[in-house]
Ligand binder design. Structure first.
Ligand code: PMT
Length: 417
């Protein structure tokens, strides 16, 4: 699995990608390619200067669409840039040079990008790229502010090595960040807009001594897929996580912890402002009774370690739900190797959850560490839905549909799967 599967918020979306004349134009090739592979329809528009850095043919080969590099091409009997402007769901300009930013702010329309942007009501996402001096100049800053005041979204620029060889602010954001920002912008009015979703993720680490700890094989992939999906549905998202093997998605708040106790305390700290809590963390049920202050030395014979119970995070939160009224919706995962449904049902009831997803963690391609998961969803009212083997992103997207329905108190008849 290379991560290039269809992403729900991008599927079928019409995205205009404006490429202007900067050295970072070569990175726009990756943006175009990944957006297309994720299910979006991508039309690339290029300024004349951009074509000095990358050939239009590269973009048309990757997107399967004609690249627009002049103002005068006709489509459906209309001037093409007007047609495209009306059809677009999002207009990304990457890289956005100082010159193009100025044109967009002033409403000039003398190239395919500025003319289409002027005619379009689609949200505008800029990824500026230029020398530090140009970026910091009052002119550019004023234009960026003007565009932001009109509702444009800006990602970057980042600090780093620039085309001139100097190091400073002005590097274009990396393609993954631009794509994540595009997902966030497209999903901003989604069915979880205005909802705060908190997710626990990763395997907790229970220290034995200053250099050793007890943990499990959780990578955090499931939890981070849930976080990205909830964000794409428009939610404000906070992840409370132990150390992860994957990054926290762009636009998601992160509360790093190590132990189950720290995770429990962090969850209770933010609970009054949380609408939806999803427990994807593999929380250690036990911790060492004592943490040695110094590194434990090797001795003859065995080394017995006494373990004591950790708090049951979802259990404690579930127990106070009725009295406090929050969180409105609670979802758990069950990591099982036998009697999947019976064990999951028992956890659903004892932790007072609305939904639980049970994964067979002994099956190949499912559960810990991998990019895919095969889960069965159980609903507190007895609904049982076995889902096929899906990527973790797809599991997350399917779950968010259920979560959104629960949040809005709507019936479940139209859920489909
Ligand atoms: O991180 P990945 O590598 O992507 O792997 C994903 C996963 C397998 C970890 C994930 O899909 C998963 O199943 N997470 C839950 C793992 C787990 O601890 O299951 P459990 O059956 O022991 O616990 C049931 C539920 O109670 C879980 O929601 C868990 O977060 C929660 N719990 C468990 C113990 C505890 N002390 N406190 C809890 O809140």
């Amino acid at each position: 699995m290379d991560g290039h599967q269809v992403i729900r918020v991008l599927r079928g979306k019409h995205i205009l990608l404006g490429v202007t004349g900067g050295i970072a134009a070569y990175k726009a090739v990756t943006v175009a390619s990944r957006l297309t592979q994720s299910g979006a329809v991508v039309d690339v528009l290029m300024t004349e200067a951009a074509q000095r850095f990358v050939a239009p043919l590269t973009f048309s080969a990757l997107t399967g669409r004609t690249v627009r590099s002049d103002l005068w091409s006709l489509g459906n009997g209309q001037i093409m840039h007007v047609t495209m402007a009306h059809e677009a769901d999002l207009f990304v300009v990457a890289p956005a040079t100082a010159n193009t930013i100025a044109k967009l702010a002033l409403g000039l329309a003398d190239d395919p990008i500025s003319a289409t942007a002027l005619a379009s009501k689609a949200p505008l996402l800029l990824a500026p790229a230029m020398e530090t001096g140009m970026w910091e100049s009052p002119a550019t800053q004023g234009h960026v502010q003007t565009l932001a005041d009109r509702g444009a979204f800006v990602v970057g620029p980042m600090a780093g090595r620039l085309a001139s060889g100097a190091v400073g602010l002005g590097r274009m954001a990396e393609p993954p960040q631009i794509i994540e920002m595009a997902r966030k912008v497209l999903g901003r009015n989604g069915s979880l807009a205005g909802v705060h979703v908190a997710i626990t993720a990763g395997g907790t680490q229970e220290p034995l001594d200053p250099v050793r700890f007890l943990t499990n094989r959780s990578s955090g992939k499931m939890g981070m897929a849930l976080a990205a999906s909830a964000r794409d549905f428009g939610a404000r998202v906070t992840v409370i996580h132990s150390p992860l093997q994957v990054p926290v998605p762009f636009g998601v708040e992160s509360i790093p912890v190590r132990t189950a106790v720290e995770m429990r305390d962090a969850a209770f700290d933010i609970l009054p402002e949380v609408d939806v809590l999803i427990g994807a963390a593999a929380v250690a049920d036990y911790q060492p009774a004592e943490v040695a202050p110094q590194k434990i030395k090797k001795k003859h014979g065995s080394l017995p370690i006494e373990l004591v119970r950790n708090p049951d995070i979802l259990g404690e939160i579930g127990a106070q739900r009725k009295a406090s009224g929050y969180p409105k919706v609670m979802v758990g995962f069950a990591a099982e190797t036998e009697d999947l449904l019976a064990n999951a049902k028992a956890k659903l009831e004892s932790k007072k959850l609305d939904l639980i997803l049970v994964n067979d963690v002994s099956a190949p391609h499912s559960g810990f560490g991998v990019d895919t998961n095969q889960v069965t969803l159980l609903d507190r009212w007895g609904d049982v839905r076995p889902w096929p083997l899906l990527t973790k992103d797809e599991v997350a997207d399917r779950l968010m549909v259920w979560v959104a329905r629960k949040v809005h108190g709507k019936g479940l008849a139209d859920l489909g799967d």
